[in-house]
Design a protein around this ligand. Structure first.
Ligand code: COA
Length: 171
């Protein structure tokens, strides 16, 4: 990923106000790792509206598991939120997993703070269920909440792609 494009992804995440500096730095490292070998540890799905980045999702196979995956990052730019782009990104991830595994367990971790009510409603609306909670994990009063969902694929047909660009994601 060229420097400018990487910046576009970081700027998009920053513009949501949902991530602090340390988290944005972690995202930058993840995108750099993805760039070195797309598809090895991380798979990137990008949504473009009229050629411009509107949202993205990073997921990957969970190390040391048979058929489990982590959704590591999902971001939809503020101007594009509540238009179905996040739902489309998650659906694309699930379909990729169903093509490459006969069964996939997807894990998502988020914060239990009230500022994250919308994010948790988003995951619930897509069929993810709370599967664990550790009190005060991030800091006092900020729980770690884990969501999960199992998707059933057919016969595994292909490897997950390293990157997929989807045009006009909004509903
Ligand atoms: C969470 C996020 C990815 C959702 O993306 P989105 O494109 O806005 O979501 P969608 O339009 O696909 O929403 C699908 C459904 O999720 C639910 N939902 C989404 N955002 C919601 C919110 N803020 N409050 C309540 N429900 C919400 C609704 O049921 C919605 O369906 P509806 O609009 O038909 O009612 C987006 O808000 C975002 O990028 N937030 C900042 C970054 C972030 O916090 N990422 C996750 C870190 S854990």
């Amino acid at each position: 990923m060229p420097g400018k494009a990487l910046k576009e992804y970081i700027d998009s995440a920053d513009s949501t106000g949902a991530f602090n500096k340390e988290e944005l730095h972690c995202l930058e490292e993840v995108l750099n790792d993805w760039h070195k070998d797309p598809g090895r540890d991380y798979i990137l799905l990008s949504c473009l509206e009229d050629g411009l980045l509107s949202g993205f999702l990073v997921y990957g196979k969970t190390p040391m598991t048979e058929h489990s995956y982590d959704l590591y990052w999902i971001v939809v730019s503020p101007d594009h939120q509540r238009k179905g782009i996040g739902r489309r990104l998650v659906k694309e991830m699930e379909e990729d997993i169903m093509r490459s595994s006969s069964r996939g367990i997807i894990r998502i971790e988020t914060s239990g703070r009230s500022a994250y009510d919308g994010q948790r409603r988003f995951y619930l609306s897509l069929g993810y269920r709370e599967s664990g909670r550790i009190q005060d994990f991030y800091s006092d009063g900020d729980d770690l909440v884990t969501y999960s969902k199992t998707v059933q694929g057919g016969k595994a047909r292909e490897d997950s792609p390293g990157h997929k660009e989807i045009s006009n994601c909004s509903e």
